[in-house]
Design a protein around this ligand. Structure first.
Ligand code: FEO
Length: 398
């Protein structure tokens, strides 16, 4: 929170800042409720700042660390992850504390130069398992490459069992007065957190799985990420949930997403949604891809095991919003899903060919049924849609 510092534990301070101005994270993913850039300070025999914030938020951050530090100087700046939402104040900190030692790994050093032109600084390179003693507290480092960038690493404080987890366990959403998981509604956080995971780290789910396996033998009582709330009560629960997402463990249900210009494809989607329910699917979530940003659709796809995509043909291709979604799904290499598809057209059929090509390349278990509707759906089409609904219901309900 801007201009608010909170003692998380004795001599461990939170000094994150809220950002409710940036419309989209990475200029891609909507931030309806903003986002928080978290940083921490440990005051011990040595004083360490753990991460910084986005450059647009330096002023609030600065007043926070000045309030905590008073006349004390920083000895270390621990760089768990230096994407600009966390690395924006690094140069500022070096300027203010020229004797500070930056702590990162080999990749951090490379990226500091590439991203910020920072080189020839006092840099302590740490490797897997290295420890840094601050006095009563010690930080042990574990590399977590590609969660989210190559230099990403976490640190663990063994005495109090605290994991400083950088983007892992992070969440969208500014912190509205609450910084701990027991101070806010867990269900809202859960969805924001899965959206952060699926949108930002999802492409690297395999690396996230490996990182979690690496950390699974640690006793963790508290998780301090660089976005979102600090976990101190639901810690075990959040680790379990996160592990599910990284392993593509999905629930029975169908996400039905369509792209429709004038309502014909939408009408087909609505019929199909009803047929799915009649076939026994308990949860059906229907989205108009022209209205709902792909960010939210991907979040739901990460939750449920069934996916049906419908598109009209537009300029002899998929409707661009569906094309966009399909290309994100191809890029993210999502696993453990059942796929069905349908298409509509006026005078030139093409969307179906592109959806079939996607289905074949996707690695999903797909229902190989061609439903390509010329104009309005006929009784024969409805029969086909019922067959698709039945096949999908059988698959998702196992
Ligand atoms: Fe929160 Fe990958 O930056």
């Amino acid at each position: 929170m801007n201009n608010i510092t909170i003692e998380v534990k004795d001599n461990l301070y939170y000094l994150g800042v809220n950002d409710r101005e940036t419309p989209r994270f990475e200029n891609l993913w909507p931030l309806d409720y903003g986002v928080a850039y978290n940083a921490y300070i440990i005051i011990d025999e040595k004083v360490a700042l753990l991460d910084t914030v986005k450059i647009t938020k330096i002023e609030g951050f600065k007043s926070n660390y000045e309030e905590i530090l008073g006349d004390r100087k920083l000895d270390y700046l621990i760089l768990h992850h230096i994407e600009p939402d966390h690395g924006g104040a690094i140069a500022d900190i070096i300027e203010k504390y020229p004797d500070i030692q930056l702590v990162g790994n080999k990749q951090t050093k490379k990226l500091l130069k590439v991203m910020y032109g920072i080189e020839n600084v006092n840099f302590l390179e740490v490797k897997e398992g290295d420890e840094l003693c601050l006095g009563k507290r010690t930080l042990k480092f574990f590399t977590t490459p590609m969660c989210h960038w190559p230099e990403s690493m976490v640190s663990y404080e063994p005495n109090e069992k605290i994991l400083f987890s950088q983007d892992i366990f992070g969440s969208f959403g500014a912190l509205d007065g609450s910084i701990f998981d027991d101070e806010m509604d867990y269900s809202r956080v859960r969805s924001d957190m899965r959206r952060y995971f699926s949108n930002i780290i999802g492409k690297q789910a395999q690396q996230a799985k490996m990182a979690l396996e690496k950390l699974e033998n640690l006793e963790i009582d508290m998780i301090c990420p660089v976005h979102g709330i600090i976990w101190r009560t639901h810690t075990r629960k959040v680790i379990e949930e996160y592990t599910k997402w990284a392993n593509f463990q999905v629930e029975p249900g169908v996400v039905l997403v369509y792209g429709s210009m004038y309502g014909t494809t939408e009408a087909v989607a609505d019929k199909l949604a009803r047929f799915l329910v009649e076939a026994g699917v308990k949860t059906v979530k229907v989205f108009d891809a022209s209205k709902t940003h792909a960010s939210y659709i991907i979040n739901q796809i990460w939750k449920y095991n069934g996916l049906i995509i419908g598109s009209c043909t537009y300029n002899v291709h998929l409707l661009p919003v569906i094309k966009n979604l399909v290309s994100i799904l191809e890029h993210y290499k999502i696993k453990n899903h059942f796929l069905g598809y349908f298409s509509t057209y006026g005078w030139a059929s093409q969307a179906n060919n592109e959806l079939k090509a996607f289905a074949e390349a996707s690695g999903f278990d797909y229902i190989d049924q061609k439903i390509d509707i010329n104009g309005m759906a006929t009784e024969e089409h409805e029969k086909q849609l019922r067959e698709l609904a039945k096949s999908m219901a059988d698959k998702v309900n196992g």
